[in-house]
Design a protein around this ligand. Sequence first.
Ligand SMILES: Cc1cc2nc3c(=O)[nH]c(=O)nc-3n(C[C@H](O)[C@H](O)[C@H](O)COP(=O)(O)OP(=O)(O)OC[C@H]3O[C@@H](n4cnc5c(N)ncnc54)[C@H](O)[C@@H]3O)c2cc1C
Ligand code: FES
Ligand code: FES
Length: 1325
Amino acid sequence: LEHTESYSLPLWFYSYSRKRILENTLSLTMLFPVRLTGTKYGCGTGGCGACTVMISRYNPTIKRISHHAANACLIPICSLYGAAVTTIEGIGSTKTRIHPVQERIAKCHGTQCGFCTPGMVMSIYTLLRNHPEPSLEQLTDALGGNLCRCTGYRPIIDACKTFCKVSRKEYFFFFKDLIILERISLKLFSEEEFLPLDPTQELIFPPELMIMAEKQPQRTRIFGGDRMTWISPTTLTALLEAKFKYPQAPVVMGNTSVGPEMKLKGVFHPVIISPDGIEELNFANCSHNELTLGAGLSLTQVKYILGEVIQNLPEEKTRMYRALLKHLRTLAGSQIRNMASLGGHIVSRHLDSDLNPLLAVGNCTLNLLSKKGKRQVPLNEEFLRRCPSADLKPEEILISVKIPHSRKWEFVSGFRQAQRQQNALAVVNSGMRVFFGEGGDIIRELSISYGGVGPTTVCAKNSCRKLIGRPWNEEMLDVACRLVLDEVTLPGSAPGGRVEFKRTLIVSFLFKFYLEVLQILKRMDPVRSPGLADKYESALEDLHSGHHCSTLKYENVDSKNLPQDPIGQPIMHLSGIKHATGEAIYCDDMPTVDRELFLSFVTSSRAHAKIVSIDLSEALSLPGVVDIVTEEHLRGVNSFCILSEPEKLLRTEEVSCVGQLVCAVIAESEVQAKQAAKRVKVVYQDLQPLILTIEEAIQHNSFFEPERKLEYGNVDEAFKVVDHILEGEIHIGGQEHFYMETQSMLVVPKGEDQEIDVYVSTQFPKYIQDIVASTLKLPANKVMCHVKRVGGAFGGKTYKTGIMAAITAFAANKHGRAVRCILERGEDMLITGGRHPYLGKYKAGFMNDGRILALDMQHYSNGGASLDESLLVIEMGLLKMENAYKFPNLRCRAWACRTNFPSNTALRGFGFPQAGLITESCITEVAARCGLAPEKVRMINMYKEIDQTPYKQEINAKNLIQCWKECMDMSSYSLRKAAVEKFNSENYWKKKGLAVVPLKFPVGLGSVAAGQAAALVHIYLDGSVLVTHGGIEMGQGVHTKMIQVVSRELRMPISNIHLRGTSTETVPNTNISGGSVVADLNGLAVKDACQTLLKRLEPIISKNPQGTWKDWAQAAFDESISLSATGYFRGYESNMSWETGEGHPFEYFVYGAACSEVEIDCLTGAHKNIRTDVVMDVGCSINPALDIGQIEGAFIQGMGLYTIEELHYSPQGVLYTRGPNQYKIPAICDIPTELHISLLPPSQSSNTLYSSKGLGESGIFLGCSMFFAIHDAVNAARQERGLFGPLKLNSPLTPEKIRMACEDKFTKMIPKDKPGSYVPWNVPI
Ligand SMILES: Cc1cc2nc3c(=O)[nH]c(=O)nc-3n(C[C@H](O)[C@H](O)[C@H](O)COP(=O)(O)OP(=O)(O)OC[C@H]3O[C@@H](n4cnc5c(N)ncnc54)[C@H](O)[C@@H]3O)c2cc1C
Ligand code: FES
Ligand code: FES
């Protein structure tokens, strides 16, 4: 680095015990250039935790070392001067010694794709460095900022629990009656074999850094880069001097506000001031009347200090601190709280700040300082609105904030509601304070402020003024609600949407505050104060909470199996330890190839438009830009076919959605490519019509051909004989794959014979090979596609990946240089599409007892701009729509709508999660109409024993009934239903709901050819085995299962067998990995290869039965017997005729049932998943740990689909939700507090691999048990409020939908905008 006026050292810091000196680094950049690849990059905006590292610093004043977890993607390198950074590589490796955290997360099966694992490990590791025996609260708190899309978190929690004081006694509690049975297993790992945690073995803090901190003079450090200067003052005087000299420079503390702005909004700061270790900013002082907190304290430190203060002061003085503490518990994840400063939080004045609304009502004062002197400004509405007279002056620094203690008769509360309970910005939050004066209930002072309802925190000043002097009673509340609604207004088109929900929350929070104060008043003066009826107290109670507790039950393998036979054993994921040490290599971890280039796409910004012109000149003139690939370069190869529909790689004439690829910039570096891509100027002319919603598609008759129909029995006749007929519909929103590893590829031209290697994160290597070969006009034998592992895919890494790989390969081939393309999270979400939104319409004819005799349905899916897999998705939706029910007369038609969105594609479950939900909604409505419990109507309509599906395939439903019964028993359904009813009758504002849903998931691909698979097995002369097959390892553990297969077939230990990855070079013409059958099909191919080898070797083995594999291999070689064999499986027998509506498309059915219980807050729409019980029929599990992992992971993904995952689009078709900060997948706070999983006893089936069943997708649907439990709770609320009509709830059942469905006087009170009188912020899709 260039250095500096004040200080002449290169920038250096310690990263996992090695000193790193950075040279030629851009001025402000992140940790990743160090290229320790263990730290993963999942979002770049602090929202996923994949990049978690531990930062340690030594404080020479108190002589203490502190450790905290932080998100590397937001850490400016310059801020690390003098810090020790521990990345995953630093805590343990397979080459040295693995750390107990790494060992346990792997052995407890807490990794699947492994992309989130290093971040998880670092969060737990840092927790243990600070608390070697953490509590369960500390544990879930530490993991609150880490997302995992695969596991469903349960195994990760299990791994962490082994470090806690509380051990896992619950196994023995829940299934206590079963432990006497030897064949039943309740554990997937054995704690006894774990390495002990020994804190003395941890890395020491580098002594050099300690000496430096002790000895070095406090001088400002200045780092100068090409475009930016970083100034780190170490004294207050120097800080003030710097701010005086550069008043426009931001004061970067945690960088959690400035960083994302620079990254996402392109804000550029030529100078940055970042104070380091200035004591005057990092102090806390609690005096008689107030607490003063330094602006430089991190939010974690503030949380800790508040906890201490609350312990030490009388309760009445701490009401503000309690309210702040409550918000700090859910504000962001722990990494962000560790980094973000109080000053940065206050000064950035985000509209959804959780602390500012509270501080604004608390008479707080900001202590400011500049070279010109001290100043105090109140933290009030004027400050929050940035009124010049009340704001910081550019040269001023916020030194501290003074928060007065609350007084007797003064009450303060904070409220917030977000899409997810934790680590999610609030939709609306609020701070409220009232002061009564001694002994009375007459309002003397009142302050109310809200976040999320305006450009910054908004105070209801006038309303509060008008309420002064009023007594605290219902009349006051009524007036207050109306005044506040008049003052805090939101236009119908307000950014962020959800306008009516926000308006309702404004008054709901006020009501909660009213009740809360009333309750305290009653406690303080029971005689004078009326207090609350018991029934209403529930408005104030927190939603159900408790420690996570989980149990598992599966049956042990057949005792006839040989002892070393691994089939049926809960073997750890083959890469588990490597995931946990960060040694597992993903596409972007591959080392840079000599002269490698980076490719960045320019995507369309209009949903339906003609491209008038594309101006590349400015972009091409930028330094480092090598080329821009446009359609002109691709002439003749720009078209290709996906499943018979022509598509284009790049668009130049017309675009039909936002996010279509227009051209691709190739530059020497990633930064240069991305900067240049922003400078490509595309001029559009909008075209009509713009079709976004399914309804608009229906109106414009915009469908992909053909329509599909399934018919059984005689629907029209049946409608004539039924007791009742109902008609209804349900909308189901889409879903983002949110694989943690974004689309990634590296294309390397070999420089010889036009050979090209494509390293890519894909589920479909053969397709990538084909599309690259056709784009480069090469035969397929010149193009090889290699996939080591994929960091999650869920259906999203197939066709779109192919398009991007083809363009990247074109660029690589053209320039004869390697080209890498890694999408940012936002680009990935924008370009790739996801699960199809659905509209389901139904007409059901049923009898008084709940039997459905006639069902006429229509499915409409939102397919987006091109066909992709939309037709297959609606077909699978149709074939699976009846779920577990026998409808004797059924007609279902389905259409894929052509709209102006990025084409939707495969996503785990492939049409079934939507189709199944439509059917279950219909059944729920039938039950309501009959006055019967939904589970009764489900049972009465369920398949019984041998039957026939609507496409006339035979089905034996014995295991379905068994799953259902076991689930009802295991969940103690009847008892808990009675308990739920009792709870609901006693609580007005909180309701519980319980629902049980059956599952029949047909497995098969509908065609024999689609199910063929191949494998290649080599035995080397030392007796070791190398196996490869056509399946992709994307977290589901297929490679682990394949090694188990080889081990059983060749009767050799697993340690003897290796698998390097998937490649078109070793196994050609592979099918796509998906549809739950990857292990089934490839396993049969691997088995075939092994049996071929065994047959060849049998004479040799029988000659020397005591020999080793080395002996046999050598003997075979000596006898010229080949030690290499291919294996092949031609696919399950399968057919389906859409002409006749008959066939045998599936090989087998996976059965299951799930029961879920939830609690909802009727005033806010929040919900808590209390308990889920799942029973699954998995046949004979090859690996119960992997299979249970698939069930749970899919269940949680399904729960996300049906409850919190919500995509928002603008009326112009632009996706708003482009990262973890806007799109919420389930986090650790969302998983059911209690989770019980039970596998049915093994059942035999003749055709599948060792009678196993594929489980990748089926569990998704069971997530809808949560949807129906919420439905049940909302229904209870509505019935109590006298609303008896049919309840129509769409998916996802978000807090907004829950709140608005629990209609009450507050939902009625809010102003409603006339449809058409405003342009909404988003269109519901
Ligand atoms: C993933 C993520 C999740 C989040 N979730 C939440 C949430 O749930 N609830 C919530 O309320 N917030 C949330 N936030 C916002 C977060 O609270 C703020 O970004 C953070 O508090 C800002 O603090 P900082 O130290 O990082 O600020 P920085 O980014 O370092 O600075 C922010 C601004 O403050 C100014 N500044 C900082 N200190 C001073 C000072 N002493 N004097 C003068 N000016 C100063 C800077 O000039 C700059 O303009 C989230 C942020 C992220 C990235
Ligand atoms: S990559 Fe840093 S939090 Fe997601
Ligand atoms: S294992 Fe957590 S994201 Fe895949």
